[in-house]
Design a binder for this molecule. Sequence first.
Ligand code: EPZ
Length: 419
Amino acid sequence: MDKMAIEGGQALYGEVEVSGAKNSVLKLLFASLLAEGEHVFTNVPRLKDVDSTAELLESLNCQTQFEGNTFRVSVKKPAETVAHYDLVRKMRASILSLGPLLAKYGQAYVSLPGGCAIGTRPIDLHLEGLKAMGAEVKIENGYVHAQAKKLKGTRFLFDNVTVGGTENLLMAATLAEGTTVLENCAKEPEILDLANYLIQMGAKITGHGTGVITIEGVEKLSPSGQAFEVMADRIEAGTLLIAGAITGGEVSVTKVDPYLIESLLFKLKDTGAQVTIEKNRVTLKASPIIEAADITTAPFPQFATDLQAQWMALMCVAQGTSIITETVFENRFMHVQELVRMGADITPKARVAIVRGRPNGLSAAPVMATDLRASASLVLAGLAAKGETSVGRIYHLDRGYENLEIKLASLGARIKRTH
Ligand code: EPZ
């Protein structure tokens, strides 16, 4: 079933629990490669990307078990430390197996992830950092071949902020000889989750969540013997709140720290919405007339690039013109043409899109998803547009949202999967 059929025009009301974060759990699973033995993670979302990671771990001689939202992995020494192309091409985050495998086993062959719809997604900073730690890194036949008897602690400054680069080097540095200082690090909350799990396994890390992370290498890491709960998915939480705003309803999201989406909450208030913050709960009451509000995406704590497409859908039905600036990825406006098919008035120019919003500015139409967050944007647009919208290639959505249509239906949306 690769389509989502949505009968739009229905205001959403109610409360929904946010699932565990895709962009945290994938890295936690790769971090488990640093310590042979049993690892247990709870609040793990049932996502395609988690299944792909399980496949990759199994190819590395691990046993995995995914029941409900609990994921167990038994890590053993792999016969060969190779992450094959046919697995990596399904999920580019597989490049995050590089740091752990190199640090633990002294060598790693990981397929180059290649680009994706939103950009070239280079990994040059990952590789430069590993070289700075003494690794010999070659690119051959589409694979990264890295080797190092023992990584050496060093100071490394990232040329630009990279979430994956910070994570790969953070994991590699835990088993390096001596101290590593990483500067101009990403501060995304998912990096805190990763660092906390590494510390639970015996790593010595300080500064995580700030721009400078210091890691004192240790001889060995061991599974902590206690289950680790994956943090809430801030992007899913933001997507659900925007669903409330775009349909003119009142939606609460629970089990999420409001601080994780503070930049979005400020912007939702600028649209005239009433936003109530409680401990691990946010409620949004939509404004009858949505005011246009500009956004510029940037690394945390600024407006998340992963919420840009969803914000654009909201601005299509706002009153007035908004400017959306995408500073993180070079091609993250793939959703624009599909929103235009639904009647939106958007002029994309390189990294800036001008959205001339109109109440009821979207009309139902068949559209096609191109990437994960674009598919979320089109679902949101379908919720606002009167009539039936069908969103094709919905497998993109399944990579990063757990039961989104079930959550939306529980809020009153008329949405179902079809062929
Ligand atoms: C992570 O991707 C997320 N993915 C992305 O979420 C998110 O959009 C991104 O961080 C930014 O927050 C996961 O966590 C699995 P980056 P990542 O390295 O690590 C450039 C989603 O929808 N760069 O921070 O790949 C790069 O080209 C996904 O859930 C280099 O130039 O992002 C980009 O322009 C999409 N060289 C910018 O940095 C490098 O070596 C940010 O990329 C690495 C990155």
